[in-house]
Design a protein around this ligand. Structure first.
Ligand SMILES: Cc1cc2nc3c(=O)[nH]c(=O)nc-3n(C[C@H](O)[C@H](O)[C@H](O)COP(=O)(O)O)c2cc1C
Length: 391
């Protein structure tokens, strides 16, 4: 970023909340393996299946899940953001037609929780948002939550979404260039002691100022990516990067390729003198025995909402995301990322191996969140403690 008025130069990146020993982010990072819950803010959650379940996107359900995750000891909850047309991705379930906005939801959740980190996905290029908006709103939510709020910066991989805003889709790497300038401007506003005037390539600031200063330098910064341009952005700006398996949903194939993938991500952080953490999203189907877990999985697949699966697959086929390119149609019925289908010992062992492959955390999805989270807490979590990856 070029010189800014008010005596401020572009330059040392704002310290991460991780550099404050008393920040909520530091508390989460003190766990050998961070545990996150990917909240089902969208109808159908991750699975285009009609098998009956309790899971809904309603705020009461989300609030109860978040409180329970905090009680069990989870470190973070996370909400995705998407802009979906009438009918959702189709099918009898109208997959994902309804969803709660994660930014507004995090604000409400911050008032009913105390410790857990709350991460909201935001499409910073849509609207368009201005960096001043999100610097101010972010500082506000940072204070309301006591430094627990994080912004997952995404640039929008689906061509239909910018169209909804009356915008043209921007080319992949240029989106990250724009995101970089956007983040530079927010960081400057969070650290500046005087008014900021700056003519950027994509945005302008003229005498702009933000107070309060976020409690720990800035909110927690997150991004979700699998591409070189996305890794470069994450290296400079993110505390945590959400990654997908470059090998698709199969766990052994994932474990084979993940060490190199994570090493490339972390090298991007080191190139900027920063430590970048990686979190991955396992979809857990766990039952007392492997045969029961397989039967649960088979029942989910047998009840596939075929038109919804096709609609969701077509949505991804039209997009330019690198992160899910190895997902096959059939993988999208259960959905989510790496599939862990087994008994509690198998699931715990795979989670430990994800840690050994370089992941600093896992963000879990389930088919039926409330009962499956309870089963995980009772049967898998104690094994993770025994294995030393959870305190
Ligand atoms: C775990 C995870 C969560 C994501 N959540 C969202 C989301 O909520 N909304 C969205 O538009 N993109 C989301 N993405 C997509 C990424 O932001 C990104 O657009 C996509 O991975 C393509 O970028 P890439 O080519 O750099 O990988 C997510 C990606 C990952 C890995």
């Amino acid at each position: 970023m070029s010189a800014l008025a008010g005596g401020i130069e572009s330059g040392p990146i704002v310290p991460s909340p991780a550099s404050f020993s008393d920040s909520p982010l530091s508390a989460a990072l003190s766990q050998p393996l961070m545990l996150g819950l990917f909240l089902p803010l969208q109808s159908g959650a991750w699975s285009a299946s009609t098998l009956p379940r309790t899971t809904t996107w309603t705020f009461d359900y989300i609030a109860a899940l978040t409180r329970r995750a905090e009680e069990i000891g989870f470190d973070l909850v996370f909400g995705l953001a998407e802009w979906v047309r009438h009918g959702g991705y189709g099918g009898t379930t109208r997959f994902r037609e309804e969803s709660l906005d994660p930014f507004i939801t995090a604000s409400a959740l911050s008032a009913i929780t105390h410790r857990i980190l709350l991460i909201s996905t935001i499409h910073i290029l849509y609207g368009p948002w201005h960096p001043l908006h999100l610097a101010k709103f972010g500082a506000t939510l940072d204070h309301i939550s006591g430094g627990r709020w994080g912004m997952n910066v995404v640039t929008g991989y689906a061509p239909r979404e910018p169209a909804m805003f009356g915008m043209q889709k921007v080319e992949h790497d240029k989106r990250y260039e724009m995101a970089g300038e956007f983040a530079d401007m927010m960081e400057t506003l969070w650290r500046s002691d005087s008014d900021v005037t700056h003519e950027g390539q994509f945005w302008r600031l003229d005498g702009a100022f933000v107070r309060p200063r976020p409690r720990f330098g800035r909110p927690i910064m997150v991004s979700a990516t699998g591409s070189p341009a996305g890794f470069a952005y994450a290296g400079r700006h993110s505390d945590i990067a959400f990654i997908t398996s470059p090998a698709g949903v199969e766990i052994e194939a994932t474990l084979a390729v993940l060490p190199d993938h994570v090493a490339r991500l972390k090298a991007a952080g080191r190139a900027c003198g920063r430590e970048l953490r990686a979190i991955i999203n396992p979809m857990i189907v766990c039952r007392p025995t492997e045969a029961e877990a397989r039967a649960y999985y088979d029942a989910i697949i047998a009840a596939a909402d075929d038109a919804a699966v096709d609609g969701y697959a077509a949505h991804h086929a039209a997009a330019d995301s690198k992160a899910w390119s190895n997902h096959r149609r059939q993988d999208r019925i259960l959905g989510g990322n790496v599939h862990l289908i087994g008994d509690p010992r198998q699931v715990a062992a795979w989670l430990v191996r994800l840690k050994l492959a370089g992941c600093d955390g896992v963000q879990l999805t389930f088919f039926d969140f409330q009962p499956d989270l309870e089963f995980f807490a009772a049967e898998v979590l104690p094994l993770l403690k025994q294995a030393g990856v959870r305190r």
